[in-house]
Write a protein that binds this ligand. Structure first.
Ligand SMILES: [Zn+2]
Ligand SMILES: [Zn+2]
Length: 728
């Protein structure tokens, strides 16, 4: 039977389908829709078409007829929704954020509504998005996009990609986990979900855990598929409507073969698992079948279900249709399953390498925002800048927390006379991996990682080869997380800078790009904000304790009881040492006792006298120049006092004290990558960490004042989510 004859017969019979029968619950909705007397949209202009009754209106009418509530909150209990805007490709887009019951953080699904890119919006498709929120236990962000004919192809695709990237980068604002993100959509939106997954993959790899495409448009070149034929006159979607949508959508006929529309001919390799849901009585059923085949051919994990006796738009009808409830649960289970698996970075086999300029610098730049000092005398202020996108062996990190280290203050105020401005400090960074370069193997998208003081080293010198990157003897020494190389070009042999950058911007910012080797694993049982100070303060004190062989039963003295001293004492205690804390503040004596250490006032000469010759190791954490002479006599013969807090000239040492009992006065600088990982794991294992106070970035200048006055016994840690609200 030809299509024309079949259409003719359909028309004669006055029903939309010749080979499939509509099931009773579905028929009731279709009857309600017919009773609302909408006009065929293909006879209208876009404005009039948008005003026609929708299948959602038919469901509401049926609910009213059944004397049931039409309130979305009562139809899907437990789900809260709030409207907001998210940035699109050409301006803000209205969006609705659905949050499931529970404490979170939840996975997040970016959802696109249907309507042929011409009609309908997030309100029309509220029920599908809301239902998915409940069945997948995920935050759903349903985003409106620009519609045709006002905005023809590819405006909607540009908006979908922009909205996805924004949500992925701001997942925490939604109480969502950026490591568990999926794309979903219905009809035209199902196409947008797949097309967006392809676009995200094209960037090099994808953080997307899964894609849900409900009766997607998978191609527009062939309108003689089996389902275009057998459901040509189906309700609520028929073949003339699709032609009308395309007429409004396409700017030129060739757009049909653009692979954003022609998904079945797109490069689908490397996409995350895809779930396709189809309705039996729907011109787009065969599109789903073809897409399934194309995905399988590309090696993508795909599962497709066809629901019999139901039509296009059935997915959102869970309030009145059992098949819709089933489909929503099927979709939710598939997404939950995908979220439950670690998201593996999915590399695209044939992706070009990151494009670089003549100097080997990535051409792609990322817009970043942070807090910077412009001069030694100025406060930190909001600062917008660019970072290079990740190279092959680098990772991009969304910064979650950054500790405020005393070094940050020295550097910002140019107290070491080497500051490069603008200065974005921060080298106690914990964040979430958002992208990885093509050759990265140590970290995956979604991993929680830490970055300490270094982001690179020469890798060739003897210390680097021995795993002591923090003592790199390369021409520029190591590359600091902020302020550029430790030896700047001006002081380097041949006035060269082998790292190619004179300044680097640190962790007081929303994102960071680092070589994979210089990012540390954050153990799962260490809270990210607690882990942050371990990356500098922790390893700076752990490294000398380890180097000088502190062991169980040793007597260890700690000078200074600030952020560094607090961590040093906890670590030494966890190593089994007997710890004495020397402080200048009487109130801190009690604090020491609480830790399980002995507290001694630095000025208490009788107490110092009593401790003479008793220590196996003394660590000075005092962050500025100070006299260590009163403490040298406290060491046993052959033992060491090590200074880590002060990087400046100190009062001279009385060598009589040092020589008579062959004692050592030493220094130590931060710690190696290996030691940093070791102390992170050690703190997790022993359940220890710094005392912290989490602050918003706008409070950082005030916090710095407290640190300078020595008023704090804890580490300030900046919650970097606060950057989004920071205005100055
Ligand atoms: Zn530091
Ligand atoms: Zn080196």
């Amino acid at each position: 039977m030809t299509t024309i004859v079949r259409d003719f017969l359909n028309t004669l019979q006055g029903k939309g389908d010749t080979s499939h029968s509509v099931e009773p619950q579905m028929q009731r909705v279709l009857d309600q829709l017919a009773a609302l007397h909408g006009e065929p949209v293909e006879n209208l202009d876009a404005t009039a078409a948008r005003a026609q009754p929708s299948p959602a209106d038919a469901v509401a009418a049926l609910l009213r007829e059944q004397s049931r509530s039409t309130a979305p909150e009562s139809l899907v209990p437990g789900v809260r929704s709030v409207d907001r805007r998210v940035p699109g490709a050409a301006g803000p887009l209205p969006a609705r954020v659905y949050t499931p019951a529970g404490a979170g953080p939840f996975p997040v699904i970016v959802y696109f509504h249907g309507g042929g890119w011409v009609i309908a919006d997030k309100d029309t498709y509220d029920a599908g998005a809301r239902g998915l929120c409940a069945t997948a236990s995920a935050v759903v962000v349903s985003v409106d996009y620009r519609r045709a004919p006002e905005h023809r192809f590819p405006a909607a695709w540009d908006d979908a990609l922009a909205a996805f990237e924004w949500v992925a980068g701001h997942a925490r604002e939604f109480n969502a986990n950026p490591g568990q993100i999926a794309l979903a959509g219905e009809s035209a939106g199902g196409n947008l979900a797949i097309a967006t997954a392809i676009a995200v993959r094209n960037r090099g790899n994808s953080p997307v855990a899964a894609v849900l495409a409900v009766y997607p448009v998978a191609q527009t070149g062939n309108d003689e598929t089996e389902s275009y034929d057998d459901s040509a006159q189906a309700k609520p979607l028929n073949k003339p409507m699709i032609a009308w949508f395309l007429d409004k959508l396409l700017g030129k006929p060739e757009d049909k073969s653009d692979t954003r529309l022609d998904l079945i001919n797109a490069d689908l390799v490397g996409l995350p698992p895809v779930t396709i849901i189809n309705a039996e009585i729907d011109p787009l059923r065969s599109d789903g079948e073809m897409l399934e085949a194309a995905l399988k051919e590309a090696g993508v994990e795909v599962e497709r279900k066809v629901y019999t006796g139901v039509t296009h738009e059935f997915f959102g009808m869970a309030a009145v249709l059992d098949k819709a409830r089933e489909a929503q649960h099927f979709a939710g289970d598939r997404l939950k399953h995908a979220f439950g698996r670690p998201v593996q970075p999915r590399f695209h086999a044939v992706l070009p390498r990151t494009p670089t300029d003549d100097d080997g610098r990535p051409v792609v730049k990322l817009k970043a925002v942070g807090y910077a000092a412009k001069h030694s005398f100025s406060d930190l202020k909001r600062f917008e800048f660019e970072r290079d996108a990740a190279r092959e062996d680098e990772i991009e990190i969304e910064v979650l927390y950054c500790g405020v280290c005393h070094s940050d203050i020295h550097q910002v105020k140019n107290e070491w006379s080497n500051t490069v401005y603008p200065c974005v400090p921060g080298h106690e960074v914990v964040g979430r991996v958002t992208r990885v370069g093509a050759s990265v193997s140590r970290h995956a998208v979604g991993d929680l990682v830490g970055v300490g003081c270094m982001i690179d080293s020469c890798r060739h010198c003897e210390p680097c080869q021995a795993g002591d990157e923090n003592y790199c003897e390369g021409p520029n020494s190591w590359l600091a997380t902020y302020n550029g190389p430790m030896i700047p070009a001006a002081k380097a042999p041949g006035k060269r800078n082998t790292y190619g950058r004179d300044n680097t911007f640190g962790g007081y910012s929303n994102l960071l790009v680092v070589h994979e080797d210089f990012a540390l694993r954050i153990p799962a049982n260490l809270r990210p904000e607690v882990a942050a100070p371990i990356l500098c303060a922790g390893v700076t004190t752990y490294s000398p304790l380890k180097h000088w062989g502190v062991k169980s039963g040793d007597k260890v003295g700690i000078l200074g009881f600030g952020g560094l001293g607090d961590l040093a004492a906890k670590i030494a205690l966890a190593m089994g040492a007997e710890v004495t804390l020397f402080t200048s503040t009487e109130e801190k004596l009690e604090e020491a006792a609480r830790l399980g250490a002995k507290g001694v006032l630095e000025t208490d000469e009788a107490a110092l006298q009593a401790l003479k010759g008793s220590f196996d190791f003394i660590l000075s954490t005092i962050p500025q120049k100070h006299d260590i002479n009163p403490f040298i006599p406290l060491l046993k013969r052959d033992r060491t006092i090590c200074v880590v807090g002060a990087l400046e000239s100190m009062p001279s040492v009385n060598n009589q004290e040092v020589a008579f009992h062959r004692k050592n006065v030493a220094g130590s600088l931060i710690g190696s990558l290996h030691d940093t990982q070791e102390i992170l794991d050690f703190c997790a294992e022993h359940d220890i960490g710094p005392e912290i106070e989490v602050i918003a970035i706008e409070a950082v200048n005030e916090a710095i004042k407290h640190v300078i006055k020595g008023e704090v016994r804890f580490r300030y840690v900046i919650d970097m989510a606060s950057l989004a609200d920071a205005t100055e």
